[in-house]
Design a protein around this ligand. Structure first.
Ligand SMILES: [Cu+2]
Length: 333
């Protein structure tokens, strides 16, 4: 029993989205604050509950009791003062600690060399733009890890293209909403490399549940290499790959280009995810689908079968066109 409870608690702590396992400064300070509030309120609960339990048992009615009410105490200044002053002190203490965490997180001065990423929420996927670096990608956010001795935080500027969404990667920071025509900001500074998961935390429509978040925290070298690769235009070498070459032609002549961008081509649509480096991503459809050739093909044939309510229509392509478009997309590294 003890062991299974312990395992359950450890399991929660080690789940990839556990708030009990913070891995960046904003999440860590929110975690510290919640533990403080929890311990204060737990102490109050135990004191009040304990006294109540004691009174209920100690002063319960016994068969030998008379029917008269026991003597009542009125107007003890000491008792009244203590139950007024102590709670006020507790509330002031909680207020000050909360204010400090809010200021530390929201009013932290931004280093001039901080990495800026613009995050745009869409039904039902994430657009990430690195304005100073000329990189645009979707669904998989890459950031450098931050060394506490020389912090390199990533600042996110969040907005929405349609309705409200909310960016929540519990191990990195609290939630921040993405609201149309408004710019919200937040920052993260993961300290160890790894994949941090999250989920859109504001109901935004049918596929809200499959609007997952993936943050790849990388060493400075790995991050620089990733940026360099994303900055390259998509120039797949299609000379030895007839299917992909044909797929490129079909793609460029179909409605795909109204919604998708492949940098350096006629495809400049912005309604759907940028596909310039699609093949460099682990997943498609904002997290729930592994980026394999079979999945890509099924996605293009009928996105609704993988993500019901999705805003990409089925283009009713024939098997041949599906094959060649898939072949083309898998070359977009
Ligand atoms: Cu959403």
């Amino acid at each position: 029993m003890y062991n299974s409870t312990r395992l359950a608690i450890l399991g929660v702590a080690h789940s990839p989205t556990s708030i009990f396992d913070p891995a960046a400064t904003p999440a860590r300070s929110a975690f510290g604050l919640s533990m403080l509030v929890l311990s204060v309120t737990l102490a109050i609960f135990l004191t009040v509950g304990g006294m109540l339990l004691y009174a209920v048992i100690r002063f319960r009615q016994r068969p030998t009791d008379s029917d008269r009410e026991p003597a009542q105490i009125y107007g003890s200044n000491q008792i009244e003062l203590s139950w007024t002053v102590i709670p006020i002190l507790i509330v002031v203490m909680l207020f000050l600690s909360t204010t400090r965490v809010i200021l530390d997180t929201q009013a932290a001065p931004k280093p001039s060399d901080a990495l800026n990423v613009t995050v745009i929420g869409h039904q039902f996927w994430w657009e990430y733009r690195y304005p100073k670096l000329g990189v645009v990608t979707a669904n998989e956010l890459h950031v450098p890890i931050s060394d506490p001795a020389k912090p390199t935080p990533t600042y996110l500027a969040l907005s929405s293209a349609d309705t409200d969404h909310s960016f929540w990667v519990p191990r990195l920071a609290g939630k921040t909403d993405l609201i149309p025509n408004r710019l919200n900001t937040m920052w993260i500074d993961p300290q160890s490399p790894g994949l941090y998961l999250g989920q859109c935390a504001q109901y935004c429509g049918t596929q809200h549940a499959k609007m997952l978040l993936r943050v790849y925290a990388q060493s400075p070298e790995d991050f620089a290499a990733w940026i360099k690769q994303q900055q390259r235009p998509a120039e797949p070498d299609l000379s030895g790959n007839a299917a992909a070459a044909e797929g490129q032609t079909v793609f460029m002549h179909s409605a795909c280009i109204n919604c998708h961008t492949v940098a350096g081509t006629v495809a400049t649509g912005r309604f759907g995810p940028d596909l310039t480096h699609l093949a460099s991503r682990d997943t498609i459809a904002s997290g729930p689908v592994q980026n394999t050739a079979e999945n890509l093909r099924q996605w293009i044939a009928d996105p609704n079968s993988m993500k019901p309510g999705v805003l990409m229509p089925s283009m009713h392509l024939n098997d041949h066109d599906l094959d060649v478009i898939t072949a083309y997309l898998t070359t977009l590294h």
